[in-house]
Ligand binder design. Structure first.
Ligand code: R5P
Length: 293
């Protein structure tokens, strides 16, 4: 049994010091990965800013049709020109998104629970590495359930995906799930965002929370921030601004974009914060000036 007695509380995050091991490649912690993996990471994290705007529209994999995503074929292509990465399932991307958009793909590869299930934490890997290669995936996304029933199997999914991706130079994004059984404290997020890169994840998707700077400091790979449930646009932009100011390398947002009163104005506002150092106030003013009445 692991010895948990006598563990000291972590506190030396050195938030003011840049990450030490950059080795000439701008994506955090990725100086020693293979050329192909660097090229895929550069499709995700834009070389000019080092950041990314991912559009999450993978909700159907466990929720079915979601408000705002009833017609993926209509909604997603209109947003695609304003984003860097399409995050979705192979079924949604193949059937609804023209390959000619030329955007990077964060391919959802884990699945196995639906909203009809009380416990969503039991997933499998539902996409082979060969199909991820065929889809030209720039990374593969695996849901993980730290502290929930399905913790061990989800970490097994993550490790197996990392191993498969390493063979072909495809990075893995570990997604920190929150659920009924799980805490949403900074203690929980600190734990989860450290376990996933230690197991080999190249990118971590998590939620914004208190002590976020400590979380980004202690995580040796880039963190992208999840959007979560729909907020008023100004609040969503403030969350985005705080996350980027406190060390996130981008966002992976869904409902806060496609359920906005004007999704195109909103995605452009998010992009200003992520790539152009705009403040939340500037971005919200842009949103108000740009949105259609
Ligand atoms: C979350 O972990 C899943 O990937 C979701 O299906 C999706 O990405 C959530 O996006 P949002 O919370 O921004 O709508």
């Amino acid at each position: 049994m692991a010895d948990k007695d006598g563990m000291k509380i972590a506190k030396d995050y050195h938030i003011d010091k840049p990450f030490a091991k950059q080795g000439g490649f701008y994506v955090k912690g990725m100086s020693d990965v293979d050329w192909g993996m660097k090229a895929r990471l550069a499709n995700i994290f834009q070389p000019e800013s080092g950041h990314t705007v991912m559009l999450a529209f993978d909700h159907g994999y466990f929720m079915g049709s979601t408000s705002g995503l009833e017609r993926l074929d209509i909604v997603i292509p209109t947003l695609a020109e304003h984003i860097d990465v399409l995050m979705g399932t192979r079924g949604a991307i193949r059937t609804c998104i023209p390959a000619s958009t030329g955007k990077a793909v964060a391919l959802r590869v884990s699945c196995g629970s639906s909203i009809l299930d009380e416990d969503l934490s039991h997933e499998i890997i539902g996409v082979s590495i060969e199909d991820a290669v065929r889809m030209n995936a720039s990374c593969m996304a695996v849901q993980t359930f730290i502290g929930a029933d399905g913790e061990k199997e989800s970490l097994d999914n993550l490790c197996k995906t990392v191993d498969a991706g390493l063979k072909y130079g495809i990075p893995t994004m570990g997604v920190v799930a929150v659920g009924k059984q799980m805490e949403r404290t900074s203690r929980f997020f600190k734990l989860a965002t450290r376990i996933l890169p230690e197991l080999g994840a190249h990118i971590v998707k998590t939620y914004y929370c208190e002590d976020f700077e400590e979380i980004t400091s202690a995580c040796p790979v880039p963190i992208v921030v999840a959007g979560g449930k729909k907020l008023p646009e100004d609040e969503a932009l403030t969350m985005c601004y705080k996350a980027i100011s406190e060390g996130a390398a981008g966002v992976d947002m869904g409902r806060n974009i496609f359920q906005s009163t004007d999704p195109i104005a909103m995605v452009q506002a998010v992009r200003m914060v992520v790539h152009k150092n705009a403040t939340d106030k500037e971005a919200y003013e842009f949103f108000l000036d740009t949105k259609k009445e």
